[in-house]
Design a protein around this ligand. Structure first.
Ligand code: PAF
Length: 281
């Protein structure tokens, strides 16, 4: 596995691979890898000859009161896990390498899709995500990029960016990986106290309650949301930030549930904000 920190070195290496006709798949990450990220590597491996992983905690997607400084980092461990899982090239740039002209004057906005769900509570977050992903696409020129369904809104925005800006990257979205008790894997799970960790699977239980109502034939979005809400409300350690049932392209609220609609939520357990979602129908 090659580890590169500079754009010039990376372009040189990947240019050579491309000239030999090798198709590449990118797995963009912010590091502190867990099985969720590694499942994206497995998917990338199935789809391409060369698996490239980026590890970069992107300052542009953190708000002024968010956890940029405290965001968990362990590059050495990440590199060992990536190598073990079969990543071919890791790109791990510094903030100066990614943003030599800081702050960038040209960024990517998608206000209509960004102001929904998580974006409503994290102004500027998706502008930061889209901008760094566009930069990674420009530097790496992958054929495919693999993202996780846990960041549902992010994947919708990135797909739309590729469509609207003619970026020739195939976007793949891999399923959420969960602990045995249902908690979706997240780098932020390490922040949870033991009591919060015990309460955290309630998020998944709430989504499952909604799913089973839909499986019984319920199509009224209000009732489906209420079923999930009831489960969340019964856990005093959870403060729900949003619980919304949306269509998977425009992210508009739906009144009648159709197959493919997504129930998405964000909730605080103490100071830790977790997200989760499920596809209904
Ligand atoms: O999903 C993430 O970890 C990040 O938002 C991403 C896509 C790597 C961009 O920084």
């Amino acid at each position: 596995m090659r580890v590169l920190n500079s754009v010039v070195a990376l372009r040189e290496q990947l240019g050579e691979e491309r000239s030999q006709g090798r198709r590449s798949a990118l797995v963009p990450t912010m590091g502190f890898l867990h099985e969720g990220h590694l499942s994206l590597v497995d998917r990338a491996r199935q789809l391409a000859d060369l698996v490239v992983m980026s590890i970069f905690v992107n300052p542009l997607q953190f708000g002024p009161r968010e956890d940029l400084a405290a965001y968990p980092r362990d590059l050495e461990r990440d590199l060992a896990l990536a190598a073990e899982r079969g990543v071919d090239v890791v790109f791990a740039p510094s903030a100066e390498e990614m943003y030599p002209t800081n702050p960038p004057q040209v960024t990517i906005h998608a206000p209509r899709l960004s102001d929904r769900l998580c974006g409503r509570f994290r102004p500027g977050h998706f502008e930061g995500v889209l901008t760094v992903v566009a930069k990674l696409f420009n530097v790496i020129e992958p054929d495919i990029a693999v993202f996780g369904q846990k960041d549902f809104q992010q994947s919708v925005l990135i797909r739309r960016m590729c469509q609207d800006l003619n970026m020739p990257v195939q976007i793949e979205v891999a399923p959420i990986v969960r602990e045995a008790d249902g908690l979706a894997l997240s780098s932020r799970n390490v922040y949870l106290s033991p009591e919060e960790r015990r309460a955290a699977p309630t998020l998944h239980r709430a989504l499952r309650a909604a799913q089973s109502l839909v499986a019984q034939g319920e199509t009224d979005a209000g009732r489906v949301r209420a079923a999930a809400h009831e489960v969340l409300a019964a856990e005093p350690l959870i403060q729900t930030q949003y619980l919304e049932l949306v269509d998977p392209l425009a992210l508009d609220d739906v009144q009648q549930v159709r197959p493919g609609d997504v129930l998405a939520l964000a909730a605080f357990l103490g100071r830790t904000r977790l997200i989760d979602n499920t596809v209904l129908g």
